[in-house]
Design a protein around this ligand. Sequence first.
Ligand code: FAD
Length: 367
Amino acid sequence: MVGQKFLLAGKGGLNITSHLTGEKLTEKYSPHGFMDAALNLFSPQQLREWLGQLGIPTYTGSSGKVFPEKGISPAQVLKAIVNSLQQRGVHIHTSHELTDFNGQMRFTFLNGNKRIEIHADYAVLALGGASWPVTGSDGKWTEMLNRYGIITLPFQPSNCGVNIGWPAQLMQFHEGKPLKNIVMQVQDVKSRGEALITGYGLEGYAVYPLVPEIRTVLNAGQPVVIRLDLKPANDREALLKRLGNATPGTRVYARCLNLDAAALALVKAFTSQKEFLDPVSFVSALKDLRLPVHSLRGLDEAISVVGGLGLESINADYSLRTFPRIYVAGEMTDWDAPTGGFLLQGCFSGGYYAANEIIRIKRQEMI
Ligand SMILES: Cc1cc2nc3c(=O)[nH]c(=O)nc-3n(C[C@H](O)[C@H](O)[C@H](O)COP(=O)(O)OP(=O)(O)OC[C@H]3O[C@@H](n4cnc5c(N)ncnc54)[C@H](O)[C@@H]3O)c2cc1C
């Protein structure tokens, strides 16, 4: 089946690109510079125009995220793209696994037990990362590239949840509850928004932007702590003033500070009883609760990955250094971006850029 991860991405609303342009867009991608030429050649605006031509109008939602117009399903978007390709002569062969290639540009596929060899003038590999392997993106292609000395890096989760050792009493009543309008910080990186309390820790859009920093610190063997501000709109003095002389305790905190049960339980879980009942310590914890992160969630749950094909193996035009007529695009290469439509945009832009390079070279060959 075509586009399984694309369909999965659409399950919670297909955030297909972003409204950002120029530097504000390119700075979302790391390592900085690697994606710039591709994003400039096929920008979010061009992606939206192209989708519009395919009969898929888009709109900009909250925080600049771009979606297909309401009522258009991810399957309809995929169908429009596939139809457009087929109308232009593209043949799609599903259930064909690329198992080998060589310098003579012969590519070997397995279709069931059948071995198929084809010759290509040029090729673009877009074999994906290794998150949600059930969608087909299992990252096994790295072995094939390694056979030819092409360096790949271990896949690591990105845009994923974090494991936190929650106390049992917190889980009993608050698993599945959201923490809204919070600010989280790891080292110097801050993120704002919403996170979900899960059985293992935290998930959600306020967590994902912190993952690169968490990964770096964990990989260095250092402990990681998320600093959580449950009341970012108020400073400590304002919160203490709101408490006034009321007798401190759960009900008073909830009423005076407009705190829900999950936020209160979280503070309770990470403070002593004495601290919880002291307004100054309580407010300090509310503004700067320290949550120890044990690890990141696994690849099978991550929205995206880093690792895969190392960028030192790729030329600036996205061709392989050792096989310059083979190009690469999408999540199989070692770049990273946050959620917000930047992942799919990066894949579309990369594919367009590689194809454009091939067309340019073919035209030159014909002169
Ligand atoms: C739950 C979830 C939600 C997401 N939501 C969003 C979102 O809202 N917005 C956004 O921008 N991004 C989102 N993403 C990320 C986005 O879906 C991916 O970044 C994108 O699909 C990657 O595209 P790709 O073409 O590089 O790889 P993939 O979509 O993974 O496709 C790779 C393809 O290569 C095939 N393949 C692998 N090895 C071989 C081989 N040897 N031979 C032949 N074929 C092979 C695989 O079967 C697969 O079909 C989400 C991802 C997940 C998991």
